[in-house]
Design a binder for this molecule. Sequence first.
Ligand code: TXA
Ligand code: MG
Length: 347
Amino acid sequence: MNTMLWTVDAKGDLSTNYPQITQAARLLQQNETVAFPTETVYGLGANAKSTEAVAKIYEAKGRPSDNPLIVHIADIQQLEEFAEVDSSQASALMERFWPGPLTLVLPCKQGVLSTRVTAGLDTVAVRMPDHPVALALIKEAGVPVAAPSANVSGKPSPTKAAHVIHDLNGRIAGIVDGGPTGVGVESTVVSCTGDIPVILRPGGVTKEQLEAAAGTVLIDQGITDEEKAPLSPGMKYTHYAPEAPLAIVNGTSEEIQRLIGQYQKDGMKVGVLTTEERAGAYRADAVRICGRRDRLETVAAGLYDALRSFDEEKLDYIFAESFPEEGVGRAVMNRLLKAAGHRVIEV
Ligand code: TXA
Ligand code: MG
């Protein structure tokens, strides 16, 4: 398949980019797949009402069919067509965080969306992205747009069009390049089907921010406890992993450098995932900086690009610094732990 590539200046006047967005929207209407930028990561979109279209997402990504998709909307009227909003917390969260990096799991109205979107569940995950290109595209397409992250299943989510091209060129109908995404980790997924909202996946909106808007919010124990099955189907899969095995180290840069030295002495090629503050401490074969430790949002923004860039180096092992699990650091550590297959070294 020949993949169309359009470049759009997301900061400019979107009306000047209208031809690209209109062409991309046409492909969505023809039940084809189009990758587009959101404020979190790039999504791979398809018409959520069409089983033919949604099947192409699963096919292109190699995604397990029991892992449901997030439906993206451009305005609140679109929501009423396929979801029930009967929770006051859900209303408060929408009011406060949409458009933005928050996905709500709500009761699903039957017969509107393809059942492949929800993987047969009676709930649906929805979000309104805070990105002018995404909003313009969904509006122009005129349908709710199902979109998982636009990576091959198991790889880190794409934060640049180059990542999408690397993973999916030739396998999807089009890519809208709107430059690098901002948040860098995926949206926070919150279930609003019970009395108290439950975080199913930590992400761009923090627990503290959610609680300020909607009162008590719980965290699914399946996220933090390896023994428990997560409530969200997607959270059980290994994800975000670079090709070389990766371990998180709870230790100082001196201790991490000592480990690097030991592995190198055994003939291994070793990488390290670090921050601007500590990068100078390492003599590894590949030193990758994901952001600044004193500004965890920069770490979130740079994490996936750094993880992906290790693959160019053909490493035998990667060590990653660990981060405080507060604010967006919860999402960062959740993704790093998955990338590491939960290997954590205490030194
Ligand atoms: O930031 C994001 O959320 C990005 C951008 C493109 O919007 N999308 C994204 O989609 O990360 P994806 O498919 O990679 O992750 C969706 C997550 C999965 O963990 C999936 O299992 C969960 O949402 N999910 C979807 N529908 C659900 C449902 N009805 N109940 C529980 N979890 C659901
Ligand atoms: Mg994903």
